[in-house]
Design a protein around this ligand. Structure first.
Ligand code: SF4
Length: 542
C-alpha cells in the first residue's frame, strides 16, 4: 500500500522542490550562458544530454511501447541509464490488468521518490502506460513528487514533455487525452539494445527478433478486462506502414517478427489510421505494388470454377503481405481472440511456411456459463473445434493459453470444466491468473465474488494439471531433432546460447556468438521445466 505523507510535510516538500527548481532554472537561463560564453563554448548548456531509465510492467505491448519511447529519446540525444540510481529521468511504464501490477508500480514510485528527492531533486519522475491512462491526475494528487503522467496514446510526446520539464518551463504534465493516429507512432526500435553500455567502438550484438505493433485498443469489452478503458477503441495501422517497418527491420538483420496487438485478429476491422510512412529505399521491393495502393486487397472470386472463395480478413491479408518480405524467416503474432480464428486464418497456417507452428489462444474458462458471463463470444465446443483444425493444418503446432480462475460466480463444477478442458486440449503452456477485481469493469460488481482462498486453491490445482501435461509434452521432444533460431546468450547462464523452436519452445545449448541469428538444427537431449536442452545436430546423425 502507498504511504501518504501528512499534508503539511507534502506542502513543505513541494515548496522546497519549487525553490530548488527555480534556482536551477535561474542558473541555467541566466548565469550558465555567460559562463559558457566566457569559456568559449559553442553550446549553451554545459551539461551532457540527460539519461533516462524506463522500468516496464506488464505485457509485451508495454515492452514494445517502452522500447519505442527509449528509441525516440535516444534519437533526440538522450542516453539510456543502466539503472535508476544514475538516471536523470525515471519512467515507470505501468500495467493495469491486475491490482497487484498497479500496487507494484505505485510502491516502486514511492521508493524511487524516497531515494531521489533528498539528493537529486531535479530528477524527472513519470508514470506512463495503462495505469497512467486510467488514473491520470489522481497519481500526482497522491504522489506530488511525480512530474509526468503520460497516457497510452501519448508515448510519442515523451521527448517534448521531458524537454519542457527538464528546462523548467513546466512544473507538472498530465496528458491522457485520446489522439487520432497515435497507433502509427509506435515504430522506432532499439535493435542494438543499450548501446551506451558497450562504450565507443564496440558494436553491441544484433537483435534477431523484433516486435511490431500493428494496432492499439480493443472493442471486445470482456467483463473482467480493463484494457478497453485504458487502451481505447481498436485502431489499426495501415498495411504499407507495417510492411515498411518490417522491411526496415529485416534489412537490419532481424529474422523473426512478432506482430503485436491487444487482439490482433481484429486487425483492420474498424478501418485504418490515417498516418502512414513512405517505404524505405531498400524495403518493400519484393511486395507487390497493389498492396500499397489501398493497403487492402479486394475480395477474391474464383473465376475459373464459378465458386466464391471466402474473403480474407484484413489480418490474413497483412500476414500475406509480410510473408513476402525477402530475408524474413519467421512470423509470429500475439494475442489473437478465438473469435478471430476463421477458416482463412487456419488456411494461412497451412499455406504460409514463414508463419510458425504456434498459437496463443486465450480461453479464460472451460465452462460455457462462465464464458458467457465473461462476454467472450465463443463456446467451449467452438474453441476446441478451432484447436482441432489448427492441429490438422499443422500437427506440430504449439498451443498456449490464458486462463482465469475464480471469476465471479465460478462454481466448483465450472472450475472442474476448466480442468477437463486443460486435459482435453493438452496445452504446451498456460498462463493461469487468479481473478482480480478491476474498478469500473462489469465483473467487479457481479454477485458471487469468489473468496481469495478459493481462488488460490483453484490456481494451484490448475497449475498442477498444466505443469504435468507440459512435462509430458516437453519430454516428448527428447531425442528429436528440431530447428531453432538462435537469439543470444541464455539469461540464466550467459555461457550458453538460447534459441526458440518454431513451436515457441526455448532451447539452451552450448554455442557461441557466431551462432546468433542462425537457423540451426539441434538434437534435444533433456527437457526441463518449460525449457529444452540440446546439442547442435551433426549432419548424418540419426
Ligand atoms: S479481448 Fe482481451 S484485451 Fe480485449 S477486453 Fe477481452 S481480455 Fe481484454
Amino acid at each position: 500500500m502507498i504511504q501518504i505523507k501528512p499534508k503539511s510535510s507534502r506542502l513543505a516538500s513541494r515548496i522546497l522542490k519549487k525553490i530548488q527548481k527555480f534556482a536551477c532554472v535561474l542558473w541555467n537561463r541566466t548565469f550558465r550562458p555567460f559562463q559558457d560564453r566566457a569559456n568559449g563554448l559553442i553550446c549553451r548548456y554545459s551539461r551532457p544530454m540527460p539519461s533516462v531509465y524506463i522500468k516496464t510492467y506488464g505485457c509485451q505491448m508495454n515492452e514494445r511501447d517502452s522500447e519505442a519511447v527509449a528509441a525516440q529519446l535516444v534519437a533526440k540525444g538522450y542516453t539510456l541509464a543502466p539503472s535508476e540510481a544514475v538516471a536523470d529521468v525515471i519512467l515507470l511504464n505501468t500495467c493495469s490488468v491486475r491490482d497487484f501490477a498497479e500496487q507494484k508500480a505505485l510502491n516502486k514510485m514511492v521508493n524511487v521518490i524516497a531515494e531521489t528527492r533528498r539528493n537529486r531533486p531535479d530528477v524527472v519522475l513519470g508514470f506512463m502506460g495503462c495505469m497512467a491512462q486510467s488514473r491520470g491526475q489522481e497519481l500526482i494528487d497522491r504522489l506530488p513528487d511525480v512530474d509526468l503522467v503520460l497516457g497510452t496514446q501519448k508515448f510519442h510526446r515523451t521527448a517534448d514533455y521531458l524537454g519542457e520539464l527538464l528546462a523548467g518551463q513546466r512544473d507538472k504534465i498530465v496528458d491522457v487525452a485520446a489522439e487520432q493516429g497515435s497507433e502509427a507512432t509506435i515504430r522506432e526500435h532499439l535493435l542494438y539494445g543499450n548501446a551506451a553500455k558497450y562504450g565507443d567502438g564496440h558494436r553491441p550484438p544484433l537483435q534477431v527478433t523484433a516486435f511490431v505493433s500493428i494496432m492499439q485498443g480493443c472493442n471486445q469489452y470482456c467483463t473482467f478486462c480493463i484494457v478497453p478503458y485504458t487502451r481505447g477503441e481498436e485502431r489499426s495501422r495501415s498495411i504499407p506502414d507495417i510492411v515498411a517497418e518490417c522491411c526496415q527491420l529485416v534489412s537490419q538483420g532481424v529474422k523473426e517478427i512478432t506482430l503485436l496487438g491487444q487482439i490482433v485478429t481484429s486487425y483492420g476491422k474498424r478501418g485504418f489510421g490515417k498516418a502512414g510512412s513512405p517505404l524505405p529505399a531498400d524495403g518493400g521491393a519484393s511486395v507487390p505494388a497493389s498492396r500499397f495502393v489501398s493497403g487492402l486487397a479486394p475480395p477474391k472470386d474464383d473465376g475459373a470454377h464459378g465458386v466464391t472463395r471466402p474473403t480474407k480478413s484484413p489480418f490474413v491479408q497483412l500476414l500475406d503481405a509480410i510473408h513476402e518480405i525477402e530475408g524474413l524467416e519467421r512470423i509470429r503474432f500475439t494475442s489473437p481472440h478465438p473469435k478471430g480464428y476463421g477458416d482463412d486464418l487456419i488456411e494461412a497456417y497451412a499455406r504460409l511456411p514463414k508463419l510458425v507452428e504456434y498459437a496463443h489462444l486465450p480461453v479464460q474458462s472451460g465452462s460455457d456459463r462462465v464464458l458467457k458471463l465473461m462476454h467472450r463470444g465463443y463456446t467451449r465446443a467452438r474453441y476446441v473445434g478451432i484447436i482441432e483444425k489448427l492441429r490438422r493444418a499443422r500437427p506440430e503446432i504449439g498451443i498456449s493459453t490464458d486462463i482465469i480462475v475464480g471469476f465471479p460466480g465460478e462454481t466448483k463444477d465450472d472450475f472442474e470444466q476448466t480442468l477437463s478442458l486443460a486435459r482435453e486440449v493438452e496445452y504446451d503452456q498456460a498462463y493461469v491468473f487468479k481473478y482480480s477485481q478491476r474498478r469500473d469493469t462489469p465483473a467487479a460488481k457481479m454477485p458471487g465474488q469468489v473468496p481469495q482462498k478459493v481462488r488460490e486453491e483453484r490456481n494451484q490445482r490448475l497449475l498442477e494439471v498444466i505443469n504435468e501435461i507440459a512435462r509430458r509434452r516437453y519430454g516428448a521432444f527428447v531425442g528429436r531433432q528440431t530447428q531453432i533460431l538462435v537469439e543470444g546468450p541464455s539469461k540464466k547462464n550467459p555461457a550458453r546460447m538460447t534459441g526458440r523452436t518454431r513451436c515457441n519452445k526455448i532451447v539452451v545449448f552450448d554455442g557461441s556468438e557466431r551462432h546468433r541469428g542462425q537457423l540451426m538444427d539441434v538434437k534435444i537431449t533433456r527437457a526441463g521445466s518449460f525449457t529444452l536442452y540440446g546439442d547442435p545436430a551433426i549432419l548424418g546423425e540419426d
